[in-house]
Design a protein around this ligand. Structure first.
Ligand code: ATP
Ligand code: MG
Length: 477
């Protein structure tokens, strides 16, 4: 009798199949992310529980190996366990697919630890406040939108506005820190993933990096799972290595599209913009996993940079507003700034950080305080000056100073700047020294300043160094 009851609970029947998805009946105690097997050794994952018109419990599930054929009426057997991915230290310097198969590895292949793809997010007791800064190496971000370890910071912008470049620069800047990085690429072309990978290899970033990928040609199931597997990989290093870790999800708009595809294949009703009603839950349970853990759990941190692509700069779209409300701030990129050559094209008006400034170094806080006010005044004056035909001398001076500041904040990709150099540059910007330079010469000045070896700045006062560079720039003209 007991056996029959147990069978009802853990056995189910496939009532319909789709492209990589199945609908099941039975499995009365199934839970989200539970794995089941079939007679043909297919492995499935429960993603959706609902009742049909006759109040029968139905289960929408994904197939992790859809190449095994499945027929309607075949039985499935729930394993009462969460889906896992096999991980190990050798995931470092490797490229994995969302189910843990190694696509490229650094020579070691002993993956051995099963790790839940979707583990519950740490609770409040398991967390502590964000207190350490995560340096991205981008002067515009580290000074005015500082990010803390354990924070979730959205990168949002139109296509081709430099979203991936900001992520890559942040990875490159961790070269001399203890932060381990995971780059999750989903829904992008293989060529762009290869480009990212090669640029990281060239800069020796591969030794503290793991990549997970599901290309645009991968199934929706793989694209959906890729984000969760990326979070699992980061968690693995945070918990087993007690290391801080940086997770980049590039990009979550494709993840939402993949889940929409799965949902429509399961014949479930769609909601706003044809996305499933539960899309907020799908993203919130993923992003909630980033945290600064308490010292009892090792004190590691999982910082997350989800990326969202917008259309025509509209950050009020469904998915972007969802993610903005889940994350602790956003870096908004503007296509207009990008086209006018201001790179990184960060829109200071729309960008915000909610917790990061707690961990910002006081030296940076001090020098950034001056320029933030000036930049805000400049942006206001610039829009006003378009209408005014004749400006007063003071306004003209303020505009030139603002233009010089914007020039200082420009930074080419793949060239992160260390914190001390950033503080040096910003303190020079606050002094009268740069006033002598024409706006077009600021770039040359900065390049020369950054080329000077650090030890020189220890021996010779930085102001003297800066003065001699200004003289060099004059001579070059
Ligand atoms: P997509 O929407 O296709 O994913 P994206 O928003 O991720 O694009 P990127 O691929 O990062 O944008 O950048 C687009 C182009 O802009 C690239 O050719 C990149 O080299 C260039 N770019 C981005 N940031 C900078 C920068 N700071 N300096 C110079 N070039 C840059
Ligand atoms: Mg990109």
């Amino acid at each position: 009798m007991v056996t029959i009851e147990k069978n009802i609970l853990i056995y189910g029947v496939i009532i319909s199949t789709g492209y990589g998805v199945v609908t099941l009946e039975g499995l009365l105690i199934a839970f989200i992310s539970e794995v089941f097997t079939t007679q043909s050794f297919s492995i499935g994952l429960v993603v959706n529980l609902y009742q049909n018109d006759t109040m029968n419990l139905l289960i929408g599930a994904l197939l992790l190996n859809p190449e095994n054929p499945l027929d309607q009426g075949s039985t499935v057997h729930a394993l009462s366990s969460l889906a896992t991915i096999t991980l190990g230290d050798c995931a470092i310097a490797s490229i994995l697919d969302p189910v843990g198969n190694v696509i490229f590895n650094s020579g070691r292949i002993n993956m051995q630890y099963p790790w839940a793809i979707e583990s519950p997010a740490p609770g409040i007791i398991d967390r502590q406040s964000v207190s350490e800064a995560l340096q991205t190496g981008l002067i515009a971000i580290d000074s005015s939108i500082p990010i803390g370890c354990g924070q979730r910071e959205l990168i949002v912008g139109d296509r081709q506005t430099g979203k991936t470049s900001i992520s890559i620069d942040s990875i490159l800047n961790q070269k001399y820190s203890t932060i381990f990085t995971v780059y999750t690429s989903l829904g992008q072309s293989s060529s762009s993933i290869l480009q990212v990978f090669l640029s990281l290899v060239q800069k020796d970033a591969i030794f503290y990096l793991s990549m997970l990928m599901a290309t645009a040609s991968s199934s929706a199931v793989h694209q959906y799972l890729c984000a969760y597997s990326g979070a699992a990989l980061s968690e693995f290093f945070v918990i087993t290595g007690e290391l801080p870790s940086l997770l980049i999800l590039d990009d979550l708009s494709r993840h939402a599209c993949a889940y929409r595809e799965i949902y429509l294949l399961l014949r479930r009703p769609a909601g706003r913009e044809a996305y499933p009603g539960e899309i907020f839950f799908v993203h919130s349970r993923l992003l909630e996993r980033s945290a600064k853990l308490s010292y009892n759990l090792g004190g590691g941190s999982l910082t997350c940079f989800p990326v969202i692509e917008t259309l025509a700069g509209d950050v009020s779209g469904y998915i972007s507003t969802n993610i903005i409300s889940i994350t602790d701030g956003q870096i908004a990129l503007s296509a207009d700034l990008f086209l006018s050559g201001i790179l990184p094209a960060i829109d200071v008006g729309l960008s915000v950080t909610r917790v990061g400034s707690i961990g910002q170094w006081y030296g940076m806080k001090y020098v950034a305080g001056f320029y933030k006010l000036e930049l805000a005044q400049f942006v206001e004056l610039q829009s006003f000056s378009q209408f005014a035909s004749d400006l007063g001398q003071e306004s003209k001076n303020r505009l030139t100073k603002g233009l010089r500041l914007v020039e200082i904040l420009k930074q080419s990709s793949r060239s992160p700047i260390s914190l001390t150099r950033q503080v040096g540059i910003l303190s020079l910007a606050n002094q009268k020294l740069l006033k002598a330079l024409a706006i077009k010469d600021v770039d040359l000045f900065l390049n020369l300043y950054l080329d000077i070896p650090s030890w020189t700045l220890l021996l010779i006062p930085p102001n003297l160094v800066a003065k001699s560079i200004v003289c060099c720039v004059f001579k070059a003209n």
